[in-house]
Design a protein around this ligand. Structure first.
Ligand SMILES: NC(=O)c1ccc[n+]([C@@H]2O[C@H](COP(=O)([O-])OP(=O)(O)OC[C@H]3O[C@@H](n4cnc5c(N)ncnc54)[C@H](O)[C@@H]3O)[C@@H](O)[C@H]2O)c1
Length: 393
């Protein structure tokens, strides 16, 4: 097969734009020509472009025109606008998580703590519908950058489900660490919610994906989420929280702890924790209890390496693992953290879809079900955990 060339543009020049670029350099089935980058602050886009020898575009339109695929690496508030603009020009879109959301009513007094959460659900579902409608009209596609779907542990579990015809009875999982780095994350108006969406979307989407795999294998039909009960808390904003400087504690109007209890159409369940209050490095895992096996998918940490370092300063130049507080003593360095996390596999798979039309595992329907479940969960949390129906897309 002749190797195709795909022209790429990156929107956003921050944290995720950096790891997307690293993953792009590892794509081997397609020749990737990273043309350039765009983000509103000129100095930021120029610095990103200069470091990588690519073009800094002065506006979004000219970037979209010059490429075949647009990577949306902006805060969630900009995902819909950038995605729709690219789809309208028949371009593919690789959109970071979460697909979209509700970012307030624009008023000065808007507070994520107090507004009626049904507004968020209604608005987020309308936003999803606009994105799906733009995709349906376009020659391009939305490729949803949920790296957990492509993490090697989750893909190995997919193989087990497919080869054994297993029925998943219960999943529980978590994404947690000591706090997001992004300044905008602290505000609902930029993030579209707190940790329940920011981190909870990862294990939740992996769980939705595995039930989809199970259903497709046995009945040719995905098993969708039906209802959710949830709790959210703002632990670092409690009056009595004693800040010792290890956990980020400057959140404005978002949750920093959440639990979603998801009920699927077949009555089986998933419990998904997400939090910003956990020390000891990033903690990402999903456990699957099935009728014929049990799997623990350790995304991070994992025990590929265990290292003892007696003196902190020894490891000054050694990267150990994301968000580890100290490198002294025993640690679990990830020898290839990006690979364990699924970033290069995800980007490789997306480029095979773009270049050769291969089917996509993490698509817009999975992204839509994730948004629908999470904003229904915010409605439930407002009612202290009352079961709330989920509309599956
Ligand atoms: N998959 C993962 O593991 C993972 C990890 C971190 C972040 N993310 C996601 O990546 C996205 C970006 O997060 P980040 O951590 O890179 O944030 P960041 O703050 O580091 O970078 C955001 C970038 O977007 C730019 N930007 C802001 N508004 C824009 C607009 N309207 N148009 C174009 N560019 C704009 C900013 O200038 C900045 O360059 C979020 O959706 C986040 O949830 C995913």
């Amino acid at each position: 097969m002749e190797k195709k060339t795909v022209r790429t543009g990156i929107v956003g020049a921050g944290f995720s734009a950096s790891f997307h670029y690293e993953a792009l350099r590892k794509v081997h089935g397609v020749d990737v020509d990273v043309v350039g980058v765009y983000c509103p602050p000129e100095a930021e886009r120029r610095a990103y472009a200069a470091k990588r020898g690519i073009w800094a575009f002065d506006n979004l339109e000219s970037l979209i025109e010059a490429v075949d695929v647009v990577h949306v690496c902006t805060p969630p508030v900009a995902h819909e606008a950038v995605t729709v603009a690219a789809l309208e020009q028949d371009k593919f879109v690789i959109c970071e998580k979460p697909l979209t959301g509700y970012f307030g009513d624009g008023s000065d007094g808007f507070s994520g703590d107090t507004f009626p959460k049904q507004d968020a659900l209604d608005f987020a579902l309308a936003s999803v519908e606009r994105m799906l409608a733009a995709e349906a009209k376009s020659k391009g596609k939305i490729l949803y950058a949920e790296n957990w779907v492509y993490a090697p542990a989750i893909q190995k579990e997919r193989e087990i489900l497919e080869k054994t015809g297993a029925q998943i009875l219960w999943m529980h999982g978590e994404e947690a660490h000591s706090g997001s780095h992004a300044a905008t994350y602290a505000y609902w108006k930029f993030s579209g919610g707190g940790v329940m969406i920011g981190k909870g979307c990862h294990p939740l989407t992996a769980a939705l994906y595995l039930k989809r795999v199970e259903g497709l294998k046995r009945n040719g039909k995905p098993i969708r989420p039906r209802a959710v009960s949830a709790r959210t808390h703002a632990i670092t904003r409690l009056e009595g929280f004693r800040d010792e400087g290890h956990i980020r504690a400057d959140y404005h109007d978002i949750d920093d702890f959440s639990l979603m209890h998801v009920v699927f159409e077949d009555g089986t369940i998933a419990d998904i924790f997400a939090s910003d209050i956990v020390l000891g490095g990033i903690h990402n895992w999903l456990e699957v209890s099935a009728n014929n096996h049990r799997t623990i998918c350790n995304i991070n940490p994992n025990t590929a390496m265990q290292t003892y370092n007696p003196v902190e300063a020894n490891f000054a130049d050694v990267y150990v693992v994301e968000k580890i507080g100290t490198k002294q003593g025993w640690s679990l360095p990830s020898p290839d953290e990006d690979w364990m996390t699924g970033y290069p596999q995800e980007i490789e798979a997306f480029y095979r879809t773009i270049a050769y039309g291969q089917p996509v595992e993490s698509d817009s329907r999975l992204a839509a079900d994730c948004i629908s479940t999470i904003y229904s969960a915010y409605v439930s949390a407002e009612k202290k955990g009352a079961e709330t129906a989920v509309r599956a897309f």
